[in-house]
Design a protein. Structure first.
Length: 458
């Protein structure tokens, strides 16, 4: 264990009690969930030359809804976590872990005390499942986009990309919509002292912003004209007001609010993150021959139930049931700021020949489930997943996950993901955003995938 083990023994003991008692609180929470899921996406060409694109999840799924609360009687619930000897995976165990991570602990940003609390919880779960468990710290030092848009009187809160050259600043004012941002579009609109919402397209970004500045705008938000988020450059002239980019779906949310003139606060900023994060590693046997993993940190803006408490929880349940000699289970820290956890892990390991790695990143809401990564391993897994809705796929440009760190070391590796979810990286990615039925599909897929990969490895 790490240097803090002696200090944490009482806390870890209490966590083990929480693991065993999760069923009591979980049965009450699960009564709150109403399951809904759909997804579609399409893309259109971009007319301008200046930007580069950075896609995130396509934001075209319908939002999940929650029913009224129902309380569970104290005598009706027992632990949902079966004894470690159980040989059947149970989706209710996965949901219980999601509740613990995203509900009890909540947001788990890299390097925070909440991320460390989540690591302690995961370590206790793996210890109870019979794994030799260690919390392995590593340093983090990076710069991250901390831009944000929030709207008064609304649950809309988006985390956009900051344009290079934009002022690092914050502005508050009435939101107003200005179409493409041409002078003719702004004619007759009172822009002075307001936050201007514009659409991407036709006019270079720098011209849009310059026109907005001349009209007296306090800040500029540019919405994508195709699914996903994006980033771009403003040219050689820095902006004098904060400027951010948001996704097409986020733009659709803000336009009616702009028509109503609601107040918005826009922040464009880059923050420095320095400190310590940690991986949680559970080993079954002296030598790691097979790896399964998932990141357990979240963005600061939300509790990260689907991204990625769901993948971590699914991994823990598969590990509980399919513990075999040579299986190593890794919960990665600090994935959201740049694959720090998986990079730290592979840098310190002698990775065995013939090893493979299965990574689980979002498992709670089906939006086009895919397997991404090594082609030969993907073929093996998909053959075992016949009858389930998974297919081979790839991440959008500039997106990634922890399997890449293993691929870069020559280890066949894939990420298994439930696909697009418009609520990830927002406050809406809470426990109610995780579908029990969808999670059950991904749990079956993960269990079958691990068994097939172990068999194929000989």
């Amino acid at each position: 264990m790490t240097q803090r083990r002696s200090e944490l023994l009482p806390f870890r003991a209490s966590l083990r009690g929480r693991v065993r008692a999760l069923g009591v609180s979980f049965l009450a929470v699960v009564a709150l969930l109403a399951i809904a899921c759909s997804s579609s996406s399409s893309a259109t060409p971009n007319p301008e030359d200046s930007p580069t694109t950075e896609a995130t999840t396509a934001a075209t799924s319908e939002a999940a809804t929650a029913t009224s609360a129902a309380t569970a009687s104290t005598g009706a619930a027992e632990s949902t976590t079966p004894a470690a000897s159980s040989t059947t995976v149970d989706v209710d165990n996965v949901l219980a872990h999601v509740v613990a991570l995203a509900g009890d602990i909540g947001p788990r940003p890299a390097g925070t005390a909440a991320e460390r609390d989540a690591a302690d919880y995961i370590a206790a779960v793996l210890e109870d499942a019979g794994y030799e468990t260690a919390i392995e710290p590593f340093p983090i030092a990076t710069r991250v986009d901390a831009s944000a848009v929030s709207v008064t009187g609304s649950d809309v809160a988006v985390r956009p990309r900051m344009f290079s050259g934009s002022a690092t600043a914050e502005a508050t004012g009435a939101l107003v919509y200005g179409a493409l941002g041409a002078p003719a579009d702004l004619a007759g609109i009172d822009v002075a002292g307001k936050i201007l919402l514009l659409d991407r397209g036709v006019i270079p970004f720098g011209e849009k912003v310059r026109t907005a500045e001349l009209a007296g705008a306090l800040g500029v938000i540019i919405a994508n004209n195709q699914p996903g988020a994006f980033s771009g450059a403003l040219g050689t002239r820095p902006a004098t007001v904060p400027v951010v980019a948001i996704s097409e779906a986020e733009g659709a949310l803000l336009r009616p609010l702009a028509a109503a003139g609601v107040e918005a606060t826009l922040r464009a900023a880059i923050d420095d993150i320095r400190g310590e994060s940690q991986n949680v590693v559970g080993r079954s046997g002296a030598v790691c021959r097979f790896y399964i993993g998932g990141h357990y940190d979240s963005v600061p803006q939300g509790p990260g139930a689907n991204d990625n408490a769901s993948g971590t929880a699914l991994m823990l349940e598969i590990a509980r049931v399919q513990r075999t000699d040579g299986l190593c289970v890794i919960a990665f820290g600090s994935e959201e700021i740049g694959l720090f956890g998986s990079e730290a892990f592979v840098a310190t390991q002698s990775l065995a020949d013939g090893a493979f790695m299965l990574n689980f990143d979002q498992a709670g809401r089906l939006g086009g489930p895919i397997v991404i990564g090594d082609a030969a391993l993907t073929d093996v897994l998909l053959a075992a997943l016949e009858g389930l809705p998974l297919r081979a796929g790839q991440f959008p440009p500039f997106a990634s996950s922890d399997h890449v760190s293993f691929l870069n070391r020559g280890i066949p590796a894939v990420t298994i993901t439930s696909g697009d979810d418009p609520r990830v990286h927002t406050a809406g990615d809470d426990v109610a955003n995780v579908s029990r039925d969808d999670l059950a599909v991904m749990l079956e897929a993960g269990a079958r995938a691990l068994e097939a990969a172990i068999t194929a490895s000989g």
